[in-house]
Write a protein that binds this ligand. Structure first.
Ligand code: NAP
Length: 313
């Protein structure tokens, strides 16, 4: 367990991310005290049963004296949450978030963040398709990237705050990188946001075909489709906010994707097997690079092991 970086952290929004940070701080250290708050009465009650830390009745009680406040709500709520708590943040405290989009998150929070508070937006590249306080687990951030997008042109005290926050996330097991917010949003548009859009779209198309094919889309669903349904089971509010707040980068990436898809469509129509082989072989190389980087395993048939009666899991 690492030495505590902060005396007290406050987590606002107790879903998958918020509860995982609380579990991780309990398991690996980083904060002597953890206080949490969520806008939903139901979530607070459920969280009190499963999450490590003090679940508070009000946001102000949670943030009182906190050295670091981590906003774990959907991106669309970050501005209103900062407006509600901003004036009561401790001078010198760090305000950060885990939102999947960074430029809009930063401007929404900055609009309500007092000058004496260090605003350091962040995004852990770690998650699952599950949501809610029961979904969290301590090891979520182990070996995952955590991208911080510090504001430009800040003073030395701000630099020290970035170092402390970096130390905190490293303590939870993350590999920390700093990046410009606009670059983050362009990179994540292709590596995360577009894949989710495609998954939602494939599942929607299959759902529409379901009535035509009388249950066969579900009954004979192959591995590829099942993997898309896992991604498409992600929280609708979170993903609505991601697409509304990273609109330009997603639309730009979607344009490129549509052109490439049209090229594949053309190759199939004209029987251009050479082109299909070239593209599929290139894609396989990227998969191998991801496995070599330790970001996934080479295990086949993801998700099906639990269905094997001979499996111990
Ligand atoms: P989640 O499980 O749905 O949790 C979000 C929680 O925030 C919910 O309990 C929600 O309550 C609460 N909330 C909503 N508005 C609020 C407000 N104004 N004040 C206080 N609490 C509020 O979502 P999550 O997966 O943890 O995602 C949280 C953030 O992490 C998002 O910004 C997302 O972009 C980012 N993120 C997610 C992943 C992932 O894989 N899921 C990965 C990296 C980053 P209600 O349910 O009652 O609305």
């Amino acid at each position: 367990m690492s030495e505590d970086v902060f005396d007290k952290i406050a987590i606002i929004g107790i879903g998958l991310l918020g509860s995982s940070i609380a579990h991780a701080a309990n398991a690996y250290g980083g904060a002597a005290k953890v206080a949490l708050w969520d806008a939903s009465d139901d979530v607070r009650h459920r969280a009190a049963r499963v999450v490590h830390g003090a679940v508070c009745d009000t946001a102000d009680a949670a943030i009182a004296d906190a050295d670091c406040v981590i906003l774990c709500t959907p991106v669309g709520a970050l501005g209103e949450v900062t407006a509600a708590i901003g004036q009561n943040l401790k001078p010198g405290a760090i305000l950060t978030d885990v939102g999947s989009v960074k430029a809009k998150a930063a401007s929404d929070m900055a609009a309500h963040c007092p000058d004496q508070v260090h605003l350091i937006p962040g995004h852990p590249i770690a998650g699952t398709e599950k949501s809610g306080p029961e979904a969290g687990f301590a090891s979520l951030f182990q070996d995952a990237w955590h991208i911080l997008t510090p504001l430009p042109d800040q003073d030395a005290a701000y630099g020290e705050a970035v170092e402390r926050l970096t130390l905190f996330w490293k303590g939870l097991g993350a590999r920390v990188e700093t990046m410009d917010a606009a670059r983050h949003d362009r990179v994540l548009a292709i590596t995360s946001h577009l894949p989710h859009l495609i998954a939602y779209n494939i599942v929607a198309t299959a759902y529409d075909m379901e009535s035509v094919e009388q249950g066969e889309v579900v009954k004979y669903s192959a591995g590829g489709f099942r993997d898309f349904t896992r991604i498409a089971a992600s929280d609708p509010t979170m993903w609505r906010d991601v697409f509304l707040t990273n609109k330009d980068a997603v639309l730009e990436t979607l344009g490129r994707f549509s052109e490439d898809l049209a090229a594949l469509q053309r190759a199939i129509r004209w029987g251009d097997g050479e082109m299909l082989m070239r593209e599929f072989t290139r894609a396989r190389g990227i998969r191998e690079a991801i496995i070599d980087a330790g970001l996934d395993t080479a295990e086949a048939d993801f998700g099906r092991r639990q269905l094997d009666p001979n499996s111990e899991n």
